[in-house]
Design a protein around this ligand. Structure first.
Ligand code: HEM
Length: 128
């Protein structure tokens, strides 16, 4: 892991900042690239064994929204139509897969405007 971080940061591939550093304007308000000193700090940290920092300085764990219910319900109310796709199981070890199921949006049979769409991955068929 450390080797990859070092490689990307030293080569300035990461964090992404697609600017030719040898020509033109170099000072931007939203510049997210690292300074040479910042890169040196990261490299020093990796080369010295990537010691963890003080756990007290860690940000609180991210709280993910519940996967029960609809995130957009507060704004738009409960959905008028719930369309369920055919179940698909992602293999534990495999290449990336782009699964594109086609599903009828019944009872809609004519062109209609849609106010909101929310995708909800589920772990059990039939869960609403
Ligand atoms: C110091 C901060 C960062 C480090 C050390 C870093 C490190 C890395 C590494 C090692 C990879 C390759 C992962 C792999 O091949 O499996 C990677 C890929 C990637 N990173 Fe970063 N990253 C940083 C910041 C960012 C930021 C801020 C963004 C977006 C704003 C970003 C977007 C990406 C993307 C899109 C890829 C995939 C690129 C591809 O596959 O061609 N990274 N990063």
């Amino acid at each position: 892991m450390g080797g990859q971080i070092k490689d990307r940061v030293v080569s300035r591939n990461m964090p992404p900042w697609h600017l030719d550093r040898t020509v033109g304007i170099q000072r931007f308000k939203n510049d997210t690239s690292l300074t040479d000193e910042q890169i040196a700090t990261i490299v020093r940290w990796i080369d010295s064994g990537m010691a963890p920092g003080n756990p007290k300085d860690m940000p609180p764990a991210k709280m993910w929204p519940s996967d029960e219910g609809w995130q957009l319900a507060e704004q738009f109310g409960q959905p008028d139509i719930i369309v369920q796709s055919t179940p698909y199981t992602v293999p534990a070890v495999a290449q990336d897969a782009w699964w594109k199921p086609l599903t009828d949006v019944l009872p809609v049979t004519e062109p209609r405007w849609v106010r909101a769409v929310e995708m909800r991955p589920g772990s059990s068929a039939g869960a609403v």
